[in-house]
Ligand binder design. Structure first.
Ligand code: SF4
Length: 359
């Protein structure tokens, strides 16, 4: 719900942002291009991380896959390897599939409109608006977390930004503000303004060009806006990895199914309800894999590795276990495990947690 949408705020908003932007914007490589592929890549990466952390990934992807055709032709394992450390690996897989869709169904050319872009797999309203405005100058407003915050504060909108129904309110407002002559510049400006000036915790209200018309500032509501309901509580999961080794080989498997880290490699896993695992449970799990432990297999389990995902926290221990004999072909088939040398393990796409353990 809008507490106030005053006319002065509306008429001053775009001119103030467009004056602010050239003086404050960061010089970022995706701002020097109209290539929809590069813009799309940057947006997918920036949905995962902050600019500083995302920049090396963007440069690496553009160097490794300079065109959508190059990305489409790359093996999925290799793409996941380049994505390693960004998290949300389903985004990397979707991005790869989308590249293949563009090559297969669109002759390697991105659709040239917002509506056309929305038909691409994994491309939602935000990404379609970003590509359409930055690459084609289409007048369509972007809505990301920064934009929600700026609009909620300046126009006093108290609708819960976590509620899907609120999107319409913000989209209508943003669409009414975006100028026909500078849609790309306006979208960049409002996002950058939210990232640098009207920040979540410490907005720089003192030196803000919108201060005189900002509803939140004028009414002492800067810390209250935007309204965002709490995300659902995260659960804690306890993982015990069985790091089976035979001589110089270590057994890993590619994760399948709908759980986390689909397509990445990890070790045989036992998940427990409690943090600790009973020795008998561990030995039963080893036996279920058909593995026989060497006489002196025992090593202390690792320290706990903690990892936070969007709705879950992981507490992970690694149990390094030496085998008396290699797993047979049949055991490999049944368990999905495969033996890898140290060098091969290095090049596999893995959750960052596994990389940290190995190193
Ligand atoms: S006055 Fe403060 S809250 Fe309002 S737009 Fe400026 S920085 Fe944001």
């Amino acid at each position: 719900m809008a507490l106030s949408t005053s006319l002065p705020a509306s008429s001053l908003f775009a001119p103030a942002l467009l004056a602010w932007y050239p003086r404050h914007r960061r010089d970022l490589p995706w701002r020097h291009t109209r290539d929809p592929y590069a813009i799309w890549l940057s947006e997918v990466i920036l949905q995962q991380t902050r600019v500083k952390q995302g920049l090396p990934y963007f440069l690496d992807f553009m160097a490794s896959y300079p065109t959508v055709q190059a990305l489409a032709a790359a093996p999925e394992d290799e793409v996941l390897r380049h994505w390693q450390g960004l998290g949300y690996y389903s985004r990397a897989r979707n991005m790869h599939h989308t590249a293949q869709q563009i090559v297969r169904e669109y002759g390697g050319e991105f659709p040239g409109t917002y509506d056309g872009l929305l038909k691409l797999r994994g491309v939602g309203q935000y990404t379609a608006a970003a590509i359409a405005s930055f690459a084609y100058d289409e007048k369509v407003a972007v809505l990301d977390g920064n934009v929600y915050r700026v609009l909620a504060r300046v126009f006093g909108i108290s609708a819960d930004i976590a509620a899907p129904a609120s999107r319409k309110i913000f989209q209508q407002l943003a669409d009414s503000l975006i100028p026909a002559e500078h849609p790309a510049e306006f979208n960049q400006a409002i996002m950058e303004f939210g990232a640098l000036q009207c920040t979540p915790a410490k907005p720089d209200c003192l030196f803000c060009p919108l201060q005189s018309t900002c509803f939140a500032f004028q009414h002492g509501l800067v810390q209250e806006l935007p309204v965002k309901s709490k995300a659902k509580a995260s659960r804690t999961r306890y993982f015990h990895y069985l790091v089976l080794r035979y001589q110089d080989l270590v057994y890993m498997r590619k994760r399948t199914g709908k759980d986390i880290w689909q397509g990445l490699y990890d070790f045989a896993l036992v998940e427990t309800e409690l943090p600790a695992i009973a020795p008998t449970t561990l030995l039963d799990a080893v036996a279920a894999l058909g593995a026989t432990l060497a006489i002196n297999h025992a090593e202390e389990p690792s320290a706990i590795f903690r990892h936070v995902l969007s709705h879950q926290k992981l507490e992970v221990r690694f149990h390094s276990l030496a085998l008396q004999a290699p797993l047979s072909d049949q055991q490999l088939r049944v368990t999905g495990l495969q033996p890898f040398t140290q060098a091969e393990v290095e090049s596999l796409p893995k959750p960052i947690l596994i990389t940290n353990y190995i190193s």
